[in-house]
Design a protein around this ligand. Structure first.
Ligand code: SF4
Ligand code: SF4
Length: 195
């Protein structure tokens, strides 16, 4: 029985496995290419939208350089890799007028209202070398201030460069948005394939 299985059954099973593999290869061999010849071609915007790169901040609709972030620390708490660092802003020093109003309120036995710290963070850094792209930070952000970037062509030459200042990146993006679009020689891949 052992020899029968070894000499007859097993070769048939191996051939069947080969046929299944060849069927899948043949199916994809006949389909149009879905890769692009970078840098002569670039990924079109539609496909870039579905790319999940590093984590980045989302700006306010009316002020894209300022994040929607309210420094609640939910992302920091829920990050399993400890790759996010958020520093809250401190409350501003009261102006002489505010100090006088606070003193008057205290003297009258009323509630003293101190200047409040702005909600958006003072610092927001992210270590891409530690990130597992699990999405916990994005899912747990109450004001939806985080997303995966579609920064497909971003490269770094050192680990230090991969520790990203997300506030600085948001400001750069806001500046780029307000600047006229640069001319590029590379064509979107789909445009070339359609031609
Ligand atoms: S995607 Fe996951 S690992 Fe990366 S920063 Fe967010 S919570 Fe942390
Ligand atoms: S990014 Fe979102 S979860 Fe993280 S501190 Fe800001 S508001 Fe909170």
């Amino acid at each position: 029985m052992g020899k029968f299985r070894e000499n007859i059954i097993q070769p048939i099973l191996d051939c069947w496995s080969l046929m299944v593999g060849l069927k899948i290869t043949g199916k994809y061999f006949c389909k149009p290419l879905i890769t692009v010849h970078y840098p002569r071609e670039v990924i079109d915007d539609e496909n870039l939208e579905t790319y999940g790169g590093h984590v980045e901040l989302i700006g306010k609709p009316k002020d894209p350089a300022t994040p929607k972030c309210i420094s609640c620390m939910m992302c920091v708490t829920n990050c399993p890799s400890k790759c996010l660092k958020v520093v809250k802003q401190k409350a501003p020093k009261p102006t002489p007028e505010q100090e006088a109003a606070m003193a008057a309120a205290k003297e009258a036995g009323e509630k003293v209202v101190k200047p409040k710290a702005p909600k958006n963070p003072a610092k927001f850094t992210y270590d891409y070398t530690l990130c597992s792209l699990c999405g916990n930070c994005i899912d747990n952000c109450p004001p939806k201030s985080l997303k995966f970037s579609n920064n497909m062509y971003w490269v770094a030459t050192s680990r230090k460069e991969m520790n990203i200042d997300l506030l600085a990146r948001l400001k750069e993006q806001a500046t780029e948005l307000s600047a006229p679009a640069p001319k590029t020689e590379a064509k979107p891949a789909t445009a070339e394939k359609e031609a």
